[in-house]
Design a protein around this ligand. Structure first.
Ligand code: AP5
Ligand code: MG
Length: 212
């Protein structure tokens, strides 16, 4: 089973993808995570995309399609979760072609609908413990005094988790990514769910689409 989680920044794609990995052994392919890893390890590509990501703009189709193509050769009996990819019509066409080439198909596209006010508060209020990765919500500066899981006092925010970059990320979503809703509706594999519910309820709704 190969699925796409489609939704604006903060819709909960990564959160739900990680659950599907834990519960069903699927493989999460997040282009955002891959690009952040390339930045951290200082590759030439990582350095090239850093400023674009921090501003909240999309990196080129060529780069992200290349990243996904490299991963599709991984042995995956349980299926791929495409998280944050595709984000443009060009990427969607490329994904269809890449899957065809390896005799695989796309089974479900799950659109996670969340209104803009909730997205802003989820993203701008997100802070993560540098040590153990615990995620804190609704955090306004200053950061929490210490992590309740491990006691660390160091917190980090994604460089693009600020109001200005989020505005650009949202505009990129509405301009370049939202046309994919119609694209996959026309192909017959679109399912829309309300992503405003509690994380567990959203997971149940995804489970009932996937029948798992
Ligand atoms: P990417 O990393 O994909 O980021 P994004 O989609 O913009 O934003 P998030 O990852 O924050 O959203 P999410 O839907 O995963 O939400 P999450 O589960 O984290 O992309 C980053 C950048 O990389 C892009 O801007 C672009 O520059 C580049 N890029 C990546 N892919 C690209 C591509 N294909 N083409 C071109 N450029 C690309 O949840 C958010 C928060 O909400 C968390 O704190 C979470 O705990 C909380 N939350 C989740 N679900 C719920 C819920 N149901 N109720 C309450 N809180 C919730
Ligand atoms: Mg994400």
């Amino acid at each position: 089973m190969n699925i796409i989680l489609l939704g604006p920044p903060g819709a909960g794609k990564g959160t739900q993808a990680r659950r599907l990995v834990e519960e069903h052994g699927m493989i999460q392919l997040s282009t955002g995570d891959m690009l952040r890893a390339a930045r951290t390890s200082g590759t030439a590509m990582g350095k090239r995309v850093a400023a674009v990501m921090d501003e909240g703009n999309l990196v080129t189709d060529e780069i992200v399609i290349g990243l996904i193509e490299e991963q599709l050769s991984i042995d995956n009996s349980k299926g791929f979760i495409f998280d944050g990819f595709p984000r443009t019509l060009g990427q969607a066409d490329a994904l269809g072609n890449l899957l065809n080439k390896i005799n695989k198909q796309l089974d479900f596209v799950i659109e996670m609908k969340v209104d803009d006010d909730a997205l802003v508060s989820r993203i701008v209020g997100r802070s993560t413990c540098e040590s153990c990765g615990e995620v804190y919500h609704n955090v306004t500066k200053p950061e929490p005094n210490e992590c309740h899981m491990c006691g660390s006092k160091i917190f980090r925010r994604r460089a693009d988790d600020n109001e200005l970059s989020l505005k650009t990320r949202l505009m990129a979503y509405y301009r370049d990514t939202s046309p994919l809703i119609g694209y996959y509706y026309a192909k017959g594999n679109l399912h829309s769910i309300n992503g405003l519910h509690d994380i567990n309820i959203v997971a149940e709704k995804i489970g009932s689409v996937l029948n798992c």
